[in-house]
Design a protein around this ligand. Structure first.
Ligand SMILES: Cc1cc2nc3c(=O)[nH]c(=O)nc-3n(C[C@H](O)[C@H](O)[C@H](O)COP(=O)(O)OP(=O)(O)OC[C@H]3O[C@@H](n4cnc5c(N)ncnc54)[C@H](O)[C@@H]3O)c2cc1C
Length: 395
């Protein structure tokens, strides 16, 4: 039931109905992914490195600034359009999906929401033109318990001096701008947390070890060392001591992007499975002619559709300014399961070939795993959902 203060909309269309603009955008993202990303997927996965010229293309085509208003040089699109692009990119390569996901749904999104006008005028045109962004919250001893972070920010005249270590920072290798969360006083608990805009050239900022991962291998994941890193006070993002709000509210929105990534992984694995089932012959006929395979593909298609509907619904609610946190957590929780299940069964549809790196589906299975972990593990999503359903007045 809708909250009483928000009037219902006119009869809404089906969630997968797109506007003309969204439809054109989705078709362009799909064609771009097939033409420009697909040829590099295997080598990027093997080498564990994202192709810089591809990131340059993402900037040139506006995929790094989908949600940034045109006034700051961006594409001026909606959050929903970012979700469409993340899904399309992830259907060919989840690493490509997360590059544009972090840039749009975490970094630009946080700046649009919390930065001063002056900060927006400085940083958004860069994020639009050529600067990759990264979001540095997690630490060695603080993951799910994000507000237990230990990185300190000491007030020192017209700057803060940051000391600590961040872990698992996506895009860190390529990034020119980091949103770094630190505490001005650990005794204040979450009320000490403050967000900072830290540029790559800042003294005392060191991008450390890059992880060698199971999946999304091309996406860089690095530690970040802050060793007396001096950040001007003009680069505090949001209010001092209100960094916890920046973190929570950005991640509430960002997890819709991860649901889109998971949906894309599932859709991509499913498409490969269908194409393979139509051409692989056993017992004198294509395996797609066996009812068992048909039912398996139908079941997986149903799961992909459900994942997409949940993702689109959460994104539409967010764009409409309606409550969306429960729907976003449910979408991430569910879509990450669908991604893993569909990718796993796609491997089975391929039989022995699916188990080898010569064929594309095993990578989808490896890539799917991360969607259950980052931007809040599945248990953390359940915790959010449980809190919201148990406190709701209207069940
Ligand atoms: C590839 C990759 C990219 C990442 N990118 C970023 C990034 O860009 N920026 C960033 O800040 N972070 C990033 N992360 C970090 C990610 O968000 C954390 O790994 C995640 O939040 C989990 O934290 P943790 O690894 O410390 O696990 P832990 O918090 O130690 O959790 C371990 C297990 O315990 C469970 N658990 C913990 N607490 C509870 C509880 N109260 N109730 C029930 N179960 C619980 C968890 O669900 C999990 O199963 C990334 C991680 C990876 C692997």
């Amino acid at each position: 039931m809708e909250p009483p203060s928000i009037p219902p909309l006119a009869t809404p269309a089906g969630l997968t109905n797109l506007t003309e603009e969204e439809h054109l955008f989705q078709a362009a993202a799909r064609a771009f992914a097939a033409r420009e990303i697909t040829p590099h997927v295997k080598e990027m996965d093997r080498s564990g490195a994202f192709k810089q010229t591809l990131i340059d293309d993402f900037f040139a085509q506006g995929y790094m600034s989908i949600i940034v208003p045109e006034a700051y040089g961006g594409a001026g699109g909606s959050f929903f359009m970012a979700v469409l692009a993340i899904e399309e990119f992830s259907s060919v390569d989840a690493s490509a999906g997360v590059v544009i996901d972090v840039q749009n749904t975490l970094v630009s999104n946080a700046i649009l929401r919390w930065a001063t006008e002056e900060q927006k005028r400085i940083f958004l045109p860069r994020l639009t033109r050529d600067t990759v962004g990264a979001y540095a919250l997690s630490e060695p001893n603080s993951g799910s318990d994000a507000f237990a972070l230990e990185t300190r920010a000491r007030d020192d005249g017209d700057s803060f001096v940051l000391d600590g270590r961040k872990l698992w920072i996506t895009n860190a290798q390529e990034a020119g701008l980091f949103i770094v969360f630190a505490t001005i006083n650990r005794e204040l608990g979450y009320r000490g947390i403050t967000a900072f805009l830290v540029e790559r050239g800042a003294t005392g900022l060191i991008v450390g070890k890059k992880e060698d991962k199971l999946g999304i291998r091309a996406s860089s994941t690095c530690e970040l060392i802050l060793d007396h890193c001096r950040v001007p006070k003009a680069q505090v993002l949001g209010d001092i001591s209100k960094g916890y709000k920046v973190a929570i509210e950005t991640l509430n929105e960002g997890r819709i992007g991860i649901a889109a990534q998971a949906t894309g992984i599932a859709a991509g694995a499913w498409r490969h499975a269908v194409a393979y089932a139509k051409q692989r012959r056993q017992f004198g006929r294509p395996i797609a002619e066996f009812q068992a395979l048909q039912f398996q593909l139908a079941r997986l298609a149903t799961e992909v559709e459900a994942a997409r509907l949940m993702t689109y619904n959460a994104a539409r609610l967010k764009d409409a300014g309606r409550p969306f946190v429960k729907e976003a957590a449910m979408a991430k929780y569910f879509c990450s399961q669908v991604a893993e299940r569909v990718a796993s069964e796609a491997v089975e549809v391929y039989g022995g070939y699916g188990f080898t790196r010569d064929y594309p589906v095993e990578k989808y299975l490896r890539d799917s795993k991360i969607t259950k972990i980052y931007e809040g593990t599945s248990f953390m999503q359940l915790q959010t959902i449980a809190k919201l359903i148990l406190s709701a007045q209207d069940l």
